[in-house]
Each structure stands twice: as structure tokens, then as C-alpha cells.
Design a protein. Structure first.
Length: 684
């Protein structure tokens, strides 16, 4: 059974068919060569008669007007019964007048009924042209071709400007150009709600999660607001609020990913297609992040779909140069630790039963929609397990899956592979390191929810300084903390940051901090005194700019929301203003004999066999080496053993220590090597 909406469209096309009959009769009456032998090359009279179902008299223009009036009366009755008529909805939404509606229907007529192809071929006097030319379309709509009105409608009127109609053959004179309606528009008028396939590369999605209060935005949309900017913090989601507000006001959300849009070769066209789709489908557009189009703000203008809402989402301040009219400013609240826990439980409902498993996510600063995606990623990761059960490791992997690659271009990514059991340090140092991890895990609750660091633009980050001689375990301790938190470790190469030109070092550091802000990771600055050094008295321009660099770093450290670790061999070189802003300072001592013994045992491992003559107690007591040197010596000994019997013996270890002493520039004394001095002489 034909729906009232489709019956209305078909009824209007029937009126146009009667006008075509009238136009054919006029052409025949004025045809100067009715017996032209070549007439069949374009369309014969018999074919036209067959298509018109015989030579019945065509209706006059007045009679077609009466039929149009009857069609619209039936449409009025359908609307009074509560039926939505798509043709009328398009006319009202796009601001079309009756002539525009006729032109729209003429453009899609051949897509609905193949007979119209032949009609238009006859009227165009060219059988190869199966769509109405501008001249034919205007004639059938009752508009003179040689009129400003006709030109205006099909050059910059709402039909063309809003993407309902396109003119093909731009090289032809204007009257000869073909009138074409988009497939999506024709499909919509015939009853299809499938979104335009052209938009697939730029459409995003927003998970349905219980977070935030969309009612203020929904009230504004209900009161007539059609443009809004939702500025979101690092843990708030403007997309979630925008989508829910649209649903509350009866709009279907159309989510446009601006990052994807700007990468498309025809970005402006796709933006206009998205606006047309919103108007057709009664959608509201949610577009973000706005920073992606900061250099191409015209794309925002193309996305305007009045009277449908356009809700723009971003992290930066709104620039009034982006659009010609001001938006409704909607500040988005940051999500709390408890709210994100609720979202985790909602997204993993029935999949995780142990409450302690959720504690593995406490350290991740994420938006609510990112939490839902991370939960889905964790669900997929768990498929690798025999029982498919989601564990804390899966949640951490899922949370890290959202990390972008921007930071990897600026820092070296390290996948943490060591744990607390691998650290050999005095108990006070271990306790201090565990407190760093504790602060990172609960910083959102203490500094965010409980507001223990208010005002001044201070972030909710944690900063710690690791100071100690080379090889005492500073980098390894950072890796252990990252492993404990389930985060990735990024080691910043300062050689790529420091620049001799004024201001370039700050720009490079800003890029690192900006990239790190959107990544759940541990940021390690090794040899930090190179950029976090003491400010000096200003004696020349170099001192002045060096101090500006340090001052910038001071405020940037304080506003950073992540976990940043500074490692230095020279604690005395760190500026006091930095140390005041640090949450923790951990000193790494040179290991004593007891810890050196444990380090030797740990570095040699359990895989490689050891000869009975290996005396770790002697090695630990005789050679004052840092952990890094012990590890290096153990590796060297393994190489020597691999070339020998495959069993590490004391000769291999003594030879490795000899090589390590040479690297460190130390003298090899007989008193240190004791009973193994002969092995040194043999190696030498």
C-alpha cells in the first residue's frame, strides 16, 4: 500500500506529466518539419504517442492547475490526520516556494519513472540527454527562460545553495545545462531514511553512557538555539552531552568527525552534504574537535543546517573569526573519578564481577565516551583468554588503546616489562617510589574531586624528581612505576628539544606537553638538568632568554595534568623553583655490598647456567659498581660464556668487570681482584 507521503510525490509527478503532454502538443503544432526522415534518430512520433498512451487531448494549463489543487487538498487531509509528508517537510525546511518544488520534482522525475527519460529526450531535441535541461525545466515550471528569476533560482537559490539540485554540463550555455537531483534527496522523498553513503568516511559515533546533565542544553535547543559550542575539559565529553540533548529535543544525532573531514579531498562538499542530510533527516549535527578546522573555518559555515542544530565540540576557546554569528557557549564539566567508575561499570555490566578489578582504571584520565570504547576494547582483548574473562590487564590495555601516536613522534615509547620485584633498592627508596605510584593512581580523586590543589590554573598532575649517579636505577624505576600503573612510558630525548634559536626550545617542549596531555602515559625527562637547570643572574641576552625558558617550564609543569618524572645525575643543578613544585624527590644511592649481591644475582638471571666457582659474594664486596654497570657486566659475561662452554664462570665475570672498568676509566688494582688477579692478567 502506497504511503500518503509517497502518494503526494507521485501525484505531483502526475501533474508534471500533464504539463509534459501540453508541452509536446505545443512542440508538434510548431514543428516546421513533421515528416523529417531523420526524426527517429532522436525520438519518433509513434514512440512518444506510445509513452503518452495514445493521442488523447492534453490538459490545458488551467486543468493541470486544478489537478494540482486536488493533489494538495489530499495532502492537507493527510497532514490533518497526523501524517508527515516528506515533500512538504523538505519545502518548509529548505525554504522552497511552489516553483522550486516543481523544479525539484522535475529533476528527480526520471529517477522515479523511466518514461520521463524519453519525454525529456524529446523535449530536449536530443535523445542522448535524458534529464531536463534548464530551459525545459523552467518551461514546465511556468518560468520564462530569459528571466532573472529563472537564472536566480538555479544559480544561487535554495535548490542549488543547499544541495538539493545540481546543474551538470557546466561548459554548456545556461539553458542547455542538465538539471539533476541528488540520489539521496530522491531516495528520501520516496521514503528512505538511510544516510548518504558519501558521508561514511567522516561520520563518527558516540557511545550511549550515563553521564552528565544535558537538560540545560536541551532547553536552549528547545527555545530556538541552532548553534552552540561545547568546550570540554580533558575528562569531560561534549559529544555525550550534545547527542543526549539532541535526542531529548527529538533530533537524530549526526556525528561528524572533523579530523576525518579535513583529510578528505572534497571536504567542503562533504560538509555541505552533511548539512543537507541533517535538514532532510531532522538531524542535529555534532562536529568536533574544532581544533581540526582552525585553519579551515569555512567548513563550519558549510555545516550550518538551519533550522537543524549545529553543536560544535572542542577544547580550545572559541574564535569569533570562525563563523559570522556567535554561538551559544556551553561549558562542559569535568567528569569525576566516581562518575568514570560508574561508566566503567555500566559499559562492562555483567562482564566484570570483582570490584577490585575496576581499581585498575583509577589512574586513567579519560572522557566518558572514551571509557566506553576502552571497555569494548577490553572485552575484545579478553577473547584471547581461554575463559574469556575480563581481568585488570585487559582494562589497562583497553584504556591505553585510545592513546594517539602524536607523542611517539616526539618521545621514545617504552613498553614496561619490569615490576617491583626487579628493583633492588633500600626500603626507604622503594617506599618513596611506591608513593609516587600511589599519588598517580589517586590524583584525580585527591586533586580533582577533593580539590586539594585549587586555583591558579593548577593541573592534577604529579611530578617527581629522581636524583642519583648514573646506573643507580632511575630509568628502571620509572619503568616499574609505569608497569604498576598499567601505563606506557615515554622517554623524552632532550637532544631533539633544545634549540639554539630563541623560543624554539619552549615550542618543542610545548609540543611534548600538549601531546602527553591526551595520552595516559608516564613522561620521563632523562638528564633533566639540561632544560630544568637553575636560573642565573642576567648578564647578557643569552641569560635573559635562558631564564625565560626556565620560567615557561615552571608554569607549564604546574598546569600539566599527567605524570612526569625528571631524572638527573646532578640534583644540585635543578632550580629551586622546580623543586618547590615537585610532589616527590627520590634520591638513588650507590648500592652497598648487600644490594650489589642481589643485583648480581638478579642480572645473571635463572636461564643461563652458572659454574660452581661463581662467587657473587666476592664480586659484591670487592667491586663498587652501580646497578647499571653490574647489568652491563653480566651481559658481557654472558657473551663470553656463549663463545665458550655456554656456562658462566668466574673467568667470564672477571673479564666482564675488567672491560667495565676500562669503560669507566678506572684502574685495575690487584688488591681489588684478590685471588682472581691471575684471570685479569690472562684476559689482558
Amino acid at each position: 500500500m502506497t504511503s500518503p507521503s509517497l502518494a503526494h510525490v507521485l501525484g505531483r509527478l502526475g501533474v508534471l506529466e500533464e504539463r509534459i503532454r501540453h508541452a509536446v502538443a505545443v512542440r508538434r503544432a510548431a514543428d516546421p518539419a513533421p515528416d523529417d526522415p531523420f526524426r527517429g534518430l532522436y525520438l519518433s512520433e509513434e514512440v512518444v504517442d506510445h509513452l503518452l498512451e495514445g493521442r488523447r487531448p492534453p490538459m490545458s494549463w488551467a486543468e493541470t492547475s486544478a489537478r494540482l489543487e486536488a493533489c494538495e487538498s489530499a495532502a492537507d487531509a493527510a497532514e490533518e490526520a497526523g501524517v508527515t509528508l516528506r515533500l512538504r517537510d523538505v519545502s518548509a525546511t529548505f525554504g522552497l516556494d511552489p516553483v522550486d518544488v516543481d523544479l525539484l520534482l522535475l529533476g528527480m522525475a526520471a529517477d522515479v519513472d523511466p518514461r520521463f527519460e524519453a519525454f525529456f529526450g524529446y523535449l530536449n531535441d536530443d535523445v542522448s540527454r535524458r534529464r531536463p535541461s534548464v530551459a525545459v525545466a523552467l518551461e514546465l515550471a511556468g518560468v520564462p527562460v530569459a528571466s532573472a528569476n529563472g537564472f536566480a533560482r538555479l544559480l544561487h537559490g535554495p535548490l542549488v545553495r543547499l544541495g538539493l539540485v545540481e546543474l551538470d554540463d557546466p561548459d554548456r550555455p545556461f539553458p542547455g545545462r542538465a538539471l539533476r537531483v541528488s540520489d539521496r534527496v530522491a531516495a528520501y522523498l520516496l521514503g528512505s531514511d538511510a544516510p548518504d553513503a558519501e558521508l561514511e568516511p567522516v561520520l563518527g559515533s558516540v557511545p550511549d553512557v550515563p553521564w552528565g546533565d544535558p537538560s540545560p542544553l536541551a532547553r536552549a535547543l528547545g527555545a530556538g538555539a541552532t548553534l552552540a559550542y561545547l568546550r570540554e575539559p580533558a575528562t569531560g565529553s561534549g559529544r555525550v552531552l550534545a547527542v543526549e540533548a539532541l535526542r531529548l529535543t527529538g533530533h537524530r544525532p549526526l556525528v561528524v568527525d572533523l579530523d576525518r573531514l579535513v583529510r578528505q579531498p572534497q571536504a567542503a562538499r562533504l560538509a555541505r552534504v552533511a548539512a543537507r542530510e541533517a535538514r532532510l533527516g531532522g538531524c542535529g549535527i555534532v562536529a568536533g574537535p574544532v581544533s581540526a578546522v582552525a585553519e579551515r573555518p569555512e567548513l563550519l559555515e558549510h555545516l550550518v543546517a538551519d533550522p537543524r542544530p549545529l553543536l560544535v565540540v572542542g577544547e580550545t576557546s572559541w574564535d569569533h573569526a570562525w563563523m559570522s554569528r556567535p554561538p551559544l557557549m556551553v561549558p562542559v564539566a569535568a567528569s569525576t573519578h566516581e562518575e568514570r567508575s560508574t561508566v566503567w561499570r555500566f559499559a562492562l555490566a555483567g562482564s566484570v564481577t570483582d570490584p577490585e578489578t575496576f581499581e585498575a582504571t583509577a589512574q586513567f584520565r579519560m572522557r566518558p565516551d572514551e571509557v566506553a570504547r576502552a571497555a569494548e576494547s577490553a572485552r575484545v582483548q579478553a577473547l584471547l583468554e581461554p575463559d574469556g574473562r575480563i581481568a585488570a590487564t585487559h582494562l589497562r590495555t583497553g584504556a591505553r588503546s585510545g592513546n594517539g601516536s602524536a607523542l611517539e613522534r616526539l618521545a621514545r615509547r617504552v613498553e614496561p616489562a619490569v615490576s617491583w620485584a626487579d628493583l633492588v633498592l633500600p626500603p626507604p627508596v622503594l617506599t618513596a617510589l611506591q608513593e609516587v605510584a600511589l599519588r598517580a593512581r589517586h590524583r584525580e580523586q585527591v586533586l580533582g574531586d577533593w580539590r586539594m590543589r585549587p586555583g591558579g590554573g593548577r593541573g592534577v598532575g604529579v611530578a617527581a624528581l629522581f636524583a642519583g649517579d648514573s646506573g643507580t636505577g632511575k630509568t628502571m624505576a620509572a619503568e616499574v612505576i609505569a608497569h604498576d600503573l598499567g601505563l606506557e612510558l615515554y622517554v623524552v630525548d632532550l637532544a631533539t628539544l633544545v634549540d639554539k634559536y630563541v623560543g624554539e626550545t619552549e615550542k618543542n617542549l610545548e609540543r611534548v606537553f600538549t601531546a602527553a596531555a591526551g595520552v595516559n602515559a608516564v613522561l620521563l625527562f632523562d638528564e633533566a638538568d639540561a632544560v630544568f637547570g637553575k636560573r642565573s643572574e642576567v648578564r647578557d641576552a643569552h641569560d635573559r632568554y635562558a631564564n625565560v625558558e626556565s620560567a615557561y617550564l615552571l608554569q607549564r609543569m604546574e598546569s600539566f595534568d599527567g605524570l612526569v618524572l625528571l631524572a638527573t645525575n646532578l640534583r644540585a643543578n635543578i632550580d629551586e623553583a622546580f623543586t618547590r613544585r615537585l610532589d616527590m624527590m627520590v634520591d638513588f644511592p650507590i648500592p652497598d655490598a648487600h644490594h650489589r649481591h642481589a643485583l648480581w644475582d638478579s642480572c645473571l638471571g635463572t636461564v643461563v647456567r652458572r659454574s660452581p666457582d661463581v662467587d657473587l659474594r666476592f664480586l659484591a664486596g670487592a667491586f663498587e659498581l652501580a646497578g647499571g654497570s653490574i647489568r652491563s657486566a653480566a651481559v658481557t659475561a654472558a657473551y663470553l660464556a656463549a663463545a665458550d662452554s655456554g656456562v658462566i664462570g668466574m673467568s667470564h665475570l672477571v673479564g666482564a668487570i675488567l672491560r667495565e672498568y676500562r669503560k669507566l676509566g678506572r684502574l685495575c688494582r690487584e688488591s681489588e681482584f684478590g685471588p682472581y688477579w691471575s684471570m685479569v692478567r690472562e684476559t689482558a
